[in-house]
Design a protein around this ligand. Structure first.
Ligand code: MG
Ligand code: MG
Length: 256
């Protein structure tokens, strides 16, 4: 069932989303060569819990042990932060963060370069961000879920990259994962129709090589099957009559 959120619920999700945006900015500022993903996770958890009523959505979700997902290079998503995983110059780090505030969730992700990255890797980051922006622009009343995926897929594949199929965006609200699923590929006018008050986490996962994935023995970390590098960007949005509104932004951020 797709739930439609009330204006009050949407404002609570926006407040959760501001904490998510601030957490991601804090983590990005500290993500440097020599820093471990375990340190970044502790920084994020302390920051999130410093807000009354807020907690990290991920900790304990399906028994996930940490507050962030941190995924490096060919890791796509769901990497487990660890003090033994130290960032190196030239890496890319995907940071995925969810916050629950007063019973409602918000979810966003960024992929940040660690120091200088290769030109092709920089292009992957830019294309994935553009794909997310295109998906968000398609999230308008009267369109369908398939329009979002189609817009994302077009940007990624025109740039010569591939779209992960098995992992998708999702509805979000009082549960972290709600209906509908929001694939990052698809056909226009297919899937559920978008209506006012729907809240969606849109999150392209784009690979430099082939789209196939596999899961590591830790049973969490999802990597590209061919070892190519992958980027992930995500926002939570609400469908409003005059267009999509980003909920996972700091107050000063201009919508995409
Ligand atoms: Mg996420
Ligand atoms: Mg998500």
């Amino acid at each position: 069932m797709i739930t439609i959120k009330s204006p009050r619920e949407i404002e609570t999700m926006a407040a959760a989303g501001r904490i998510v945006a601030d957490t991601l900015a804090l983590v990005a500022a500290h993500a440097k060569p020599g820093v471990s993903t375990g340190e970044l996770d502790e920084l994020a958890e302390d920051f999130i819990r410093s807000h009354p009523g807020a907690r990290p959505s991920f900790k304990g979700l399906y028994d996930f042990p940490r507050s962030l997902c941190t995924s490096i290079n060919h890791e796509i998503v769901h990497g487990i932060p660890s003090h033994s995983r130290v960032l190196e110059e030239g890496d890319i780090l995907s940071v995925d963060c969810g916050v629950c505030l007063d019973g409602l969730h918000a979810d966003a992700a960024i992929t940040v370069p660690i120091g200088e990255v290769r030109e092709e890797v920089q292009r992957l980051l830019e294309v994935t961000q553009r794909a997310l922006a295109a998906g968000i622009r398609a999230a308008v009343v009267g369109n369908h879920v398939g329009d979002i995926g189609h817009a994302i897929q077009k940007v990624a594949e025109r740039a010569g990259f591939s779209v992960v199929r098995e992992l998708v965006g999702h509805g979000i609200g009082s549960s972290f994962h709600e209906e509908p699923q929001v694939p990052n590929y698809g056909k226009p006018k297919r899937g559920p129709r978008l209506v006012r008050g729907m809240t969606l986490a849109i999150e392209p996962m784009i690979n430099m090589g082939r789209p196939e994935i596999r899961t590591l023995d830790d049973r969490w970390t999802v990597v590209t099957a061919d070892g190519s590098w992958s980027a992930h960007f995500e926002h939570t949005v609400v469908i409003e009559p005059d267009g999509p509104r980003l909920l996972t932004v700091a107050p000063a951020t201009t919508p995409a």
